[in-house]
Every structure is written in structure tokens, then in C-alpha cells.
Design a protein. Sequence first.
Length: 88
Amino acid sequence: EELLRSHNNEAVDQLLSASDLHEFLESGVVFAGYENVTQYFQEVNPVNEIRDIETPQLVLNSMDDPCCNIQNLYETSPYPHHEGKSYA
């Protein structure tokens, strides 16, 4: 904690008082070198690398996964390079 506080004391306070995962991420991205949570998600989202998968894929995740909602797999991608396709 001392090391993190020496970098950004306010962010540590926000991390410790976060009431959910999104608040925690918003507060902690500065320690990963990102300016904000939007930039973080744009840079680390693996879906940005998915393009035209032809080999069948098995997707496993829990029903209560706090990060990945399985229903998102069937949504149309908002990314232009996915050409309006879903992830499934």
C-alpha cells in the first residue's frame, strides 16, 4: 500500500472505498499506466483481436462472472473491423 500511495494517494483511497468492480477498475487503471477506464478497456479488451474465427470455439465462463456476461457473445460488435458481426 505504501508503494502505491507514493505514486497516487488519492487513487489508493478510491480503490479501498470502491463498492463494486467497476469503481475498483476506474480507480486502479492509473497504476497500469492508463489515464482512464475507457482507455484501459480499449487497450486490453481481447475482443479487439477477434476477426473471422472459422474454427469452432468453446467458450466457458460462470453464470455470475463479474467481467464477462455470456450474453455479450451474441451482441453485434460495435467495432468497425468486425463488420457488424456478433462474437458468436
